[in-house]
Design a binder for this molecule. Structure first.
Ligand code: ATP
Ligand code: MG
Ligand code: MG
Length: 590
């Protein structure tokens, strides 16, 4: 494995491994089987992490950071990482998202069950255990059924400036609490009529410890448990239990859960006192969530972009969803590299989008086949071609390496001819300073081909460039003896009119035109970049006729492109479609 930069979480993991913090009794069976759980076999100390998405949407680049972090630790230290669906909220969750999340994690390069130790779990499998643990807390005098109205509960919780007020239900007897909780479970009470609360401290300076809710009533179907339950555990109650049953060692989460940590520890301490879970307990550690410039990373906002039609779907190549990044052409390796480079810290900060693009370039530079493409084509006509070559229709075979640093990958072949497609911006009537490309009287090399001398251009009535005129400079073909006796400063990419392929090229740009959308006075939707997509008809060299969907290329001078996963027609059966992933260097804002 490649050496990884240190960070505060890695130091904690390495300390715990060195000290054997988590050597102990660990059950290797299904965590939901909690009876046997307590009598499990010994397991050597290992890092055990989890990635716990709520299946209520598609994953985004922020989740990718968490996936790379959690699975990365497991891989790096020979441990285990579970994919766990935190499906404790029955209404918002759908099977579609479960499948989408599995795909995303696998695509990113991680797996469960690969070595028989990492698993796919769902929190709803532990509902029986969670219920039993709740009855235990009631029996131990540590939980009560509160029947205040939601408004009363809110008012009586207090705030930072004043302590909370005890609920009149706080001093109910164990028997009454048990009876009432069972009535909740048995569907005798409507939604919102009661909640089960921990009995901790209504005066705690940490508001999360002012008797937090453990269970609420929700008469709703669950995608996994159906109509078995009409009470559902709160996330804050369920999460520590899930971690404990799975013998998680390091429970990594984002900073907003920092204030929940005292309750996390309180709950696990009480449950192990009651003999319900094992020690050593998992420990929660918080890190700053990823904020990436020029995109939004909130499921709610991403859903709004999709549902209101600002993008074409969850997999729109401008979306920072894993599906969008994938379709745009980002590779799993580039996202892993990105996650490694941004690291983890306790302090929140915005990461510049260019960091992701640079990771993509660094991944693809050595991998992607090269190709020539003309994105804004205009014809270059070589007027003396027939004269020099023995006929206007004569074609001259040229070639270039598939990869400049790896000749073992072979050569691409294409034809030079009287007419070539060139970039419109490669011609100027009067050259600005430092312009070495085509202008009357200047000689340039057509890359991998011949040197030509520009003799002028034609424009239409409104001044648009129609064609550029040139003449061939004989005996200058690349790779032939004496080819470089004519010195030129410009080297131009081109595609032959005779063998070039028309292709749709989608030039994507940032989805938002400001770095931190939605953080100022304006709604994030008003900050959408109106020019985030420009579709052009380009000409590409014939080697791209065999491009497969999802295959990545470096279009020389232009950047990295991918054959669109959805719309690209393979094998010349229709229109080739390429997406621009990113340019060759960071030119955003320049
Ligand atoms: P969102 O706020 O976008 O709805 P979430 O946090 O509610 O995301 P979950 O499905 O609960 O989404 O997230 C699963 C895991 O991914 C959690 O451990 C969460 O901390 C982590 N995560 C989510 N967003 C980010 C982010 N921007 N950066 C790092 N980790 C994240
Ligand atoms: Mg969440
Ligand atoms: Mg959230």
């Amino acid at each position: 494995a490649k050496p990884s930069a240190s960070n505060f979480l890695r130091q904690i993991v390495e300390r715990d491994l060195a000290q054997g913090t988590y050597a102990g009794r660990h059950w290797a069976g299904h965590p939901a089987d909690a009876q046997t759980h307590l009598a499990g076999p010994l397991d050597p100390a290992k890092v055990r992490t989890r990635f716990p998405p709520e299946p209520n949407g598609y994953l985004h680049v922020g989740h990718a950071k968490s996936i790379c972090l959690n699975f990365g630790f497991a891989n790096e230290y020979g441990g285990v990482c579970h994919l766990r669906f935190d499906d404790t909220n029955p209404e918002k969750e759908e099977t579609e998202y479960v499948e989408g999340i599995k795909d995303a994690v696998q695509w990113l390069g991680f797996s469960w069950d690969a070595n028989g130790t990492s698993h796919l779990y769902q929190a709803s499998d532990y509902f029986d255990f969670m219920y039993r643990a709740a009855e235990y807390l009631i029996e131990a005098g540590l939980a009560y059924v509160d029947e205040q109205s939601p408004e009363e509960m809110r008012a009586n919780r207090g705030d930072f400036s004043r302590p909370g007020v005890d609920s009149p239900f706080r001093s109910r007897s164990v028997d009454e609490n048990l009876r009432r909780f069972r009535e909740m479970r048995d569907g005798k009470l409507p939604d919102g009529a009661a909640v089960l609360r921990a009995r901790i401290d209504m005066a705690s300076p940490n508001i999360n410890l002012r008797d937090p809710a453990l269970y609420r009533i929700k008469h709703a179907e669950h995608h996994n448990t159906g109509s078995k339950w009409c009470i559902y555990p709160m996330y804050t109650y369920a999460h520590p239990i899930e971690d404990a049953l799975e013998n998680i060692t390091h429970s990594l989460c984002t900073l907003e859960f920092e204030d929940q940590r005292p309750f996390y520890d309180w709950l696990l301490d009480r449950l192990s006192e009651g003999g319900l879970i094992n020690k050593p307990h998992p420990r929660q550690y918080e890190f700053a969530r990823l904020e990436l410039t020029y995109v939004v990373t909130s499921k709610r906002k991403l859903r709004q972009l999709v549902e209101e039609g600002h993008v074409t779907g969850w997999d729109d190549p401008r979306m920072p969803t894993i599906l969008g990044l994938r379709r745009r052409g980002y590779t799993p390796e580039s996202i892993q590299l990105f996650a490694e480079r941004i690291g983890v810290s306790k302090a929140g900060s915005w990461i510049d989008y260019s960091t992701l693009d640079q990771a993509l370039r660094d991944d693809l530079d050595s991998k992607a086949a090269r190709a020539m493409a003309v994105l804004d084509p205009v014809k270059l006509v070589i007027e003396n071609w027939g004269e020099v070559m023995g006929g206007d229709d004569v074609l001259d075979a040229c070639s270039a390496p598939v990869h400049p640093h790896d000749v073992s990958r072979g050569y691409r072949h294409f034809q030079f001819g009287r007419e070539l497609w060139i970039e419109r911006t490669d011609y100027e009537d009067t050259p600005p300073k430092g312009f070495f490309r085509l202008f009357p009287g200047n000689k340039v090399r057509m890359k991998y081909g011949h040197v030509v001398e520009c003799i002028g251009a034609e424009r239409d009535a409104s001044g648009n460039l129609v064609r550029v005129r040139a003449k061939l400079v004989p005996d200058t073909k690349s790779g032939t003896p004496g080819a470089d006796k004519v010195k030129v400063k410009g080297n131009i990419t081109w595609v032959g009119v005779a063998d070039g392929l028309a292709a749709e090229v989608r030039l994507y740009d940032r989805l938002f035109s400001v770095p931190q959308p939605g953080t100022g006075d304006k709604d994030f939707l008003e900050e959408i970049n109106p020019e985030s997509l420009k579709v052009v008809t380009a000409y590409v060299e014939p080697s791209l006729s065999t491009a497969k969907a999802d295959e990545k290329f470096q279009f020389e001078r232009h950047g990295y492109f991918v054959a669109d996963r959805v719309d690209h027609a393979e094998g010349g059966k229709g229109k080739p479609v390429f997406n621009r992933v990113t340019g060759l260097k960071d030119s955003w804002g320049k």
